[in-house]
Design a protein around this ligand. Sequence first.
Ligand code: FE2
Length: 147
Amino acid sequence: MDTTELITELNKILTLEHGHLGMYKNFMNYSDRDVRRTFRHFMEMEMEHVNRIQTILRNLGIKPSLIVEGGDIIGKMFGVSINIADELEAIKAFKFIEEKSHQGYLKFTEKLEKENTPLSNFIAEEITSSNQLESYLQYLWLKDRLI
Ligand SMILES: [Fe+2]
């Protein structure tokens, strides 16, 4: 992976993370108290995911830029429209998105580890693996909520 490819990948991930942030930022609108609390915490986790990716880009001397501009990122990237009035449907959609996110991070981390350069190892160990684990934990919570 050359630098251009790495930056493209990171900007794509950054865009997806902004999409995740958009999923949980309306946490107050849910009727279930446990869902509200959890989504508020998920929103904070997503802010952290965005920050981690932005930090790598800035350290590479790159201005972070989204590949899909604003608005409904998840809708544009996955063709999924989320109706938050239907709590169950929203949870199903978020579970799908977090599972995809975890799979995407797994692939990206593997790629970085295979490269085995100081930079790729640093990104894999310090940044993407945290986002990867957290997306998996979010996926598990959402999945469990559906049982
Ligand atoms: Fe995330």
